[in-house]
Ligand binder design. Sequence first.
Ligand code: UD1
Length: 348
Amino acid sequence: MKEILSVVGARPQFIKAAMVSRALKEAGIKERLIHTGQHYDDNMSTIFFDELDIPSPDINLEVGSGSHARQTGEIMVRLEEHLLQNDPPDCVLVYGDTNSTVAAAVTARKLHIPVAHVEAGLRSFNMLMPEEINRMVTDRLSDYLFCPTQTACDHLRKEGLTTGVSLTGDVMYDAVVHFSSTPVPATGHFSEGTYVLATVHRAENTDDPDRLAGIIQGLGSVGLPVLFPVHPRTESRLKGIRLPENISVIEPLSYVQMLHAIKGAFRVFTDSGGIQKEAIWLETPCITLREETEWVETLDRSWNVLVGADPVRIKSALDIEPESPPPALGRVGDVSASFRIASILASA
Ligand code: UD1
């Protein structure tokens, strides 16, 4: 493999790319990095490139916000233009389940460029989630399917996808191992174990006023201070809602600050995919504000509990004590996921 074109656009993709970009470089692969511009605020984008030492994107497609069709379509149009006007890469590498992921996969595939998907095979079996549609389409179009878990490989097999599938482990685990001991200046928020951390950004929660109200009511009743770094989508939906006094809404945190906030929390409440795993890796029990999870391994021994948006279940989940040890997930054998992915691409 001579040149990879990596496409990133949203916060969790910057974190994954930080690890894979390093490994590609070590494997002697040239990388062209394209930022779609899906996330564009400094604290949703630039801060990650600086803190995680990710090479500056070669190109920013600057698509910004929009409806799903508009955002996905704009990325496709602008990426296609780039691909047609420049030497084609040997492969397009995409991450996760965002509109940037599916847009790049469709565009590359129609130009007969091989597609590699990091975090292939994840399924929630909830077709109301835009992310589920993005995952299914991307997996169907990918030549290289890099699965973080055996469960993910099994999902692909059941869908008849067996060629190009590799169980690699989880690049987000590599990131936690790499960055969790990085010191951060004290944020002065709360001292260890005396607060809970909350994040909410999934459309199913933010765009349904009843669910959002249920979550806020639940968090208001937990009897501990709630540190709530707020995603721009959620911030706009919270306007006009009176928040309970124990909830402190703060700006989005950097990745390293977030790892420290997760580690120091008594519990983490989240609807994010990545944060469920980060909580387990940092040994903080997780309470997931959804009815299902793609990361079913996290549910073992009650380290992760699904509570939806129900205030009663949110409050009572605080009393659930997980059993030690936390579930082992993320690592396959003694080789990091990023290294494994780079090696497969290098020998392709
Ligand atoms: C996207 C992904 C989701 C991923 C998440 C990580 C899709 C369908 N969803 O959701 O899978 O878990 O990223 O955060 O791709 N906004 C800003 N500033 C920014 C970024 C976004 O104000 O820097 C606003 C936008 O105006 C938009 C809202 O936040 O209204 C949502 O952004 P969007 O890019 O649609 O997706 P996310 O909710 O972030």
